[in-house]
Design a protein around this ligand. Structure first.
Ligand code: CP
Ligand code: NVA
Length: 304
């Protein structure tokens, strides 16, 4: 049985298999040919934080696959009153077929997975957001944009997931963060180790120009992740100059794509103009959350 907690646990072949599965499931659903790959299966979705895309994509995805998804907000279940993760995991394992968790701390996912007899999916942690990054990769594959990627912004869960993806697949990734907001060293070490095998080129810098010049894909994320609201004023000061705007996009390659995992905060991490010029790509990326979620669940079911 496999869990889906970080792309570090997956090979390049695994990732490509999930992407190909997503492409074929997407094609089937566009033809309204919904196949019940997970007939009668139950997905428990535990949310410690807010969500639009992750909740909707898993819930709709499970419905389209012939199964059922349960939305379990932390504040409504006993975890919120102190029941242990270990016991919650053992109960959910007895009643459901898969679990997806959005958590504050990645340790919660590891603990849940340790006691789970069903596959566990990371729906975002403080360290990684692997479902998102596979949707981003699917969007790149569909649009045949498989060149270098520039990530401009906070060295957060999205940046870490890009590091994992690039280092597994073997593409060039340049991450530009403000000073003091660099990526986690442990994640970077893992990515550099993976890159020895995949021949990925990883560049970490505080210089936006160095990251974005001739990049084929430009991406960013919010400066203020969930749980960092009280740091908002400080972060807005520290991220000055890191807004991806038209002048910055001129430095990228001529037909560069712009991706954003959403939600977007316009005129902070991205200008309204760049966002609207690339809205087709961004909303394809959002839609791809649905198709990739379905592929991840079908893949995990196949390897259980
Ligand atoms: N990108 C993403 O995970 O969106 P939600 O927080 O709305 O789920
Ligand atoms: N970095 C953001 C991603 C939201 C999808 C957060 O953790 O809030």
């Amino acid at each position: 049985m496999r869990h889906f907690l970080t792309l570090d646990d997956f090979s390049k072949d695994d990732i490509n298999e999930i992407i190909q599965l997503a492409i074929s499931i997407k094609k089937e659903s566009k033809e309204k040919n919904f196949k019940s790959y997970l007939k009668n299966q139950k997905l428990a979705m535990i949310f410690e934080k807010s969500s639009t895309r992750t909740r909707v994509s898993f819930e709709v995805g499970m419905f389209e696959l012939g199964g059922y998804a349960l939305f379990l907000s932390k504040k409504d279940i006993q975890i919120g009153r102190g029941e242990s993760i270990k016991d919650t995991s053992r109960v959910i394992s007895r009643m459901c077929d898969m679990a997806m968790l959005r958590v504050n701390s990645h340790d919660t996912l590891d603990e849940f997975a340790k006691f789970s007899s069903i596959p566990v999916i990371n729906g975002l942690s403080d360290i990684y957001h692997p479902c998102q990054i596979l949707a981003d990769y699917l969007t790149m594959v569909e649009r045949d944009h498989l060149g270098s990627v520039a990530y401009i912004g906070d060295g957060n869960n999205i940046a870490h997931s890009w590091l994992m993806l690039a280092s597994k697949i073997g593409f060039e990734l340049r991450v530009a963060t403000p000073v003091g907001y660099e990526v986690n060293n442990e994640v970077l070490s893992k990515a550099l180790k993976n890159s020895e095998k995949s021949c990925a080129k990883i560049i970490i810098t505080n210089d936006i120009k160095k990251a974005i010049e001739n990049a084929d894909v430009v991406t960013t994320d919010t400066w203020i992740s969930m749980g960092q609201e009280e740091q908002k004023a400080q972060r807005i000061r520290d991220f000055k100059g890191f807004t991806v705007n038209d002048d910055m996009m001129k430095l990228a390659s001529k037909n560069a794509m712009f991706l954003h995992c959403l939600p977007a905060y316009k005129e902070y991490e991205v200008s309204e103009s760049v966002f609207e010029k690339h809205s087709d790509e961004i909303f394809d990326e959002a839609e791809n959350r649905l198709h990739i979620q379905k592929a991840i669940m079908v893949w995990l079911d196949k390897y259980r």
